[in-house]
Design a protein around this ligand. Structure first.
Ligand SMILES: [Zn+2]
Ligand SMILES: [Zn+2]
Length: 480
């Protein structure tokens, strides 16, 4: 129509592109802005940074920020956030340092981007650094910031820090209460979660469906069946919240955990929504724990059709067969997996030491302290054997010789990480480990025994939850 677009037009189009992930169109607008000579407009540049950052074009983001005549704070925040969301969180922290050197004071947006970066890096020291920054800049009063911080501490295994932050939030809102509840849930502190929920109700803060998901999950992780059922009922009856898929999967987990497999199955069959893989997965986990192969097979078929490419379901079914001594069925499942071209996600564990994350794989010997780690591990396992403990080899997949099995299982990544933790952390401090998959039964028993024999608290966050091992017992009550 012959009307010349200006920078405002371009900002609108760029943000439309960002919401659709349309990078190519965005690049065209970028070029157009150059031609038009309006790329000095900060809002337009930020809009482009947002587009490129969301789509993973980090080089483009960097070039934009570096060539900007006036780097404003939003650009920097977007830059840090882009890196945090694209697997290069360390660079995000690097840009934060550059920003400080450029004399720009962080705001709440900066801190929120940083919290995201630190969560991905999993470094407690950095989290404490951000905590200091929040205090120094007086950003504590911002509920979103404080909630982000307490959430971060819970994810890093420091629930006591989360609680402290929560205690310092003025008039916590629904999101803050729910974040604290989520922390209790993932750490398996069911009773505390219930108390917190009562406190929330007393404070006049209305819970929502997310609050109930965490509350039910907390009950489930602590084996509070009666209480969980009660909350499930009052959720719809008192608060008018219709149960969603998350709530059903918590209930299936809750019932399954206490061995009520048929009740869980009935609940799933009766639910008005189409059950997803999380709902069936909860029942499948219970079948594994209780060795119910008949039901397990049935559930596995549903999971295979819902998630044909998820290798974990195949591995779990194969493990169930192996544990029951049904080697032939186990190898059939593994053959099926191979046929479909599915590969097993290799297990690895992470532990923080000296401002660095140390990574261990199964039988890993790449760590510079490898020799000392293996010596320590053998020493501890020797002590455990003396105490009369035998390896639980049923958790190993392959049908191999007993001695070989014991050898393989004793080199699982979490054991190497624990041995390293024993070597490098001071007595009295907990050993905190992250594992990418579900912890196996043998490593779980071993961690319990090490906590007893070495008098150490060991915290392992696996793909399902946190396990706090102390004095020979685990907070999960051996169900995970
Ligand atoms: Zn293991
Ligand atoms: Zn546990």
């Amino acid at each position: 129509m012959g009307i010349e677009p200006n920078e405002v037009t371009l900002i609108s189009i760029t943000s439309a592109c960002a919401s659709r992930g349309a990078v190519d169109e965005g690049k065209y607008i970028h070029g157009f802005a150059l031609k038009l000579g309006v790329l000095w407009e900060v809002k337009l540049v930020n809009s482009l940074i947002n587009l490129y950052g969301k789509s993973g074009y980090l080089d483009a983001v960097c070039r934009l920020v570096e060539t900007m005549p006036v780097g404003n704070i939003v650009s920097w925040n977007l830059m840090i956030a882009s890196h945090a969301q694209n697997g290069t969180a360390a660079d995000g922290v690097g840009y934060f340092n550059l920003m400080r050197r450029a004399g720009i004071n962080p705001d709440d947006g900066t801190v929120l981007s940083l919290l995201e970066a630190v969560e991905n890096l999993g470094l407690l020291k950095l989290a404490e650094g951000v905590h200091g920054l929040i205090t120094k800049c007086g950003l504590y009063a911002n509920a979103t910031v404080a909630t982000g911080l307490l959430d971060l501490y819970a994810k890093l295994g420091r629930l006591n820090y989360s609680l402290k932050v929560f205690g310092e939030v003025n008039n916590p809102d629904k999101v803050a209460w729910t974040a604290m509840l989520a922390g209790y849930a993932v750490h398996g502190n069911g009773r505390e979660a219930m108390e917190l929920f009562e406190g929330m109700v007393k404070a006049g803060v209305e819970p929502d469906h997310v609050t109930f998901t965490h509350l039910l999950s907390a009950c489930s992780h602590s084996g509070l069946v009666k209480e969980g059922k009660n909350y499930f009922d009052i959720m719809s009856q008192v608060y008018g919240i219709e149960p969603r898929l998350d709530h059903y999967s918590c209930m299936a987990d809750l019932l399954g955990r206490s061995g009520l497999l048929n009740d869980a199955y009935e609940l799933i069959k009766r639910m008005p929504l189409k059950p997803n893989s999380a709902v069936w997965g909860a029942l499948f986990g219970a079948c594994r724990v209780y060795g119910n192969i008949e039901l397990g097979k049935e559930v596995a078929v549903r999971l295979f059709s819902l998630d044909p490419s998820d290798s974990r379901n195949y591995i779990m079914l194969s493990n169930m067969y192996s544990a029951a001594g049904l080697w032939r069925d186990a190898s059939k499942v593994r053959a099926l997996m191979k046929e479909k071209g599915l590969i097993r996600n290799p297990g690895c564990s992470f532990i923080e030491h000296g401002n660095k994350i140390h990574r261990f794989a199964v039988g890993d010997r790449s760590h510079p302290e490898s020799e000392k780690i293996y010596t320590k591990l053998e020493e501890v396992i020797g002590k455990i054997r003396e105490a009369g403990f035998m390896s639980k080899t049923e958790f190993i997949l392959h049908d191999v010789e007993q001695a070989v099995k014991e050898d393989m299982i004793s080199k699982h990544s979490e054991k190497l990480a624990i041995a390293f933790g024993l070597l490098v952390t001071n007595a009295g401090l907990p050993i905190i480990i992250t594992k990418n998959l579900r912890i196996c039964g043998d490593c779980h028993s071993t961690a319990k025994l090490i906590s007893l024999i070495e008098k150490r608290t060991i915290i392992i966050r696996d793909s399902k939850r946190f396990h706090h091992f102390a004095a020979g017992i685990c907070s999960c009550g051996d169900y995970w």
